[in-house]
Write a protein that binds this ligand. Sequence first.
Ligand SMILES: C[S@@+](CC[C@H](N)C(=O)[O-])C[C@H]1O[C@@H](n2cnc3c(N)ncnc32)[C@H](O)[C@@H]1O
Length: 506
Amino acid sequence: MAKHLNNIKIERIGYWGVGIAKTDEGKKILIKWWALPGSVVDCIIKKNKKDYIEWHITKIHKYEAKYFDGEIFCSHFFSNVEPDLKAKTSIEKHKIWCGWCKWQMLSYPRQLELKQEIVEDCFRKIKEKPNFLPIVASPKDKWYRNKIEFSFWVYMASREGIESRWNLWFHKQWEFSKIVDIDNCWLISDNANSIFEYIKEFCFDSGLATYDQKFNRGFFRHLVIREWINTGQLMVNLAVNPLDIKDEKNLDLWKILKKKLEKDEFIKKNITSFVITYNDGLADIVRWTNISVENLIGDWYIYEKLILNWTKQENVESTFRVSPFSFFQTNTHWAELLFQKAINNLLEEWEIKWKILDLYCGTGSIGIGVLKAWIWNSLIGIEIVEEAILDAKYNAEINGIKNECNFIASPSEKVLNKNPEIENELNNIWLVIVDPPREWLHKNVIERISKLKEDNNFKLLYISCNPSTMARDVQLLIEKWFKIKSLQAVDMFPQTHHIETVGVLV
Ligand SMILES: C[S@@+](CC[C@H](N)C(=O)[O-])C[C@H]1O[C@@H](n2cnc3c(N)ncnc32)[C@H](O)[C@@H]1O
């Protein structure tokens, strides 16, 4: 196949915001990014893998007007649209290259329409025709993230080229080896933006260098901010390279910086917990196997509340302790909405409350929320990250349901296979919740919950951030003992192509 294709018309958008089109010979191709239905584009092969070919857009000739009805609000919006198209929008004025909010050219209602189509498209091939409920919008379409992660990086992209001045921000779209300096992010609150700017200045003024992955040297690596929406608590996690402070001069500079941070009134007033993660691993991630963590300010936890409004009850509040490496849903109001929707879809006709099995449970937010609000009998939660399980156990205690909960730190696929600790507890299960990471469920998990369904008439609540892998899992599950009751897309990440899906299988 040719490496370049011209004037290709995008037919529809699939999972991950990928444009789906056909070549003149009728061959299906997948094109990244900024493809929208009806767009006419030129593209080039970027990755030629065994199972798929990835095409990238080199030029957009035409957008369908219907899919250009939004307002570009961020000055860092990246788009590779052609100049004549730019003239029709305010894109011309805009700067460069942040790839987060790729869907700003679409109004929020149009984004929701596309997301509904994406989810339905992913489930097109499964044998049973699902009952799709209408997509649920995020309560906010901006300033909704409660967690953000920035990278310190040596090479910064500028309009004119590459500057070798160190800085701190997001990686550049298409070129991971560079970052883009951005003065404000629309996905986090003004407060989180100002804390980011404040800490950044301290780091810049410290005399310590930024980490350079090429040579595994330099000090500052990542800055993670978590800001809880219902409690207002805020955590800063500054990840640094401990190898760099083996040098005495750098160690002194670090001691001075730490003192300044500890004493600073603004920091003391606005930051509930400030942790330092010492990470000497090569990978560009905050958490490495061999890290150590120091508490600079406050505890090494922050607390968030989930306020759930059930159909049959008053608001019920649950509190969750979350430590630096435990997962918590990134859009708190969305999580409240999602859990409510999921349980309402599930529970209309339920009278008896029995056991819940919560696989991939994180800090226990959904299981504990449900158990507390509905006073169910008991909960078994399984999660791979040990700190998250410690948080979950503590959360059960502070929510007054310690005796009803059993949280186990283990991969779900292992613990479900002949583990005497839970084998007996798996009788009389009424609800199984699965909320896995982006990959599909492990085959052991599918087999075990299918086997369990033979003897227990439970419902399965499947929450997924990847409708494509979820569709494959649902197909396998309905080949065994399950039927689809409902599927519903719930939008957690406005301005992006990401989407969550909730399925109820009975
Ligand atoms: C999408 S999060 C859901 C967390 C939780 N349900 C919540 O709402 O906060 C997925 C979770 O699965 C955990 N995880 C990843 N692989 C796992 C595995 N093999 N077994 C159990 N848990 C796993 C992750 O650490 C993460 O906490």
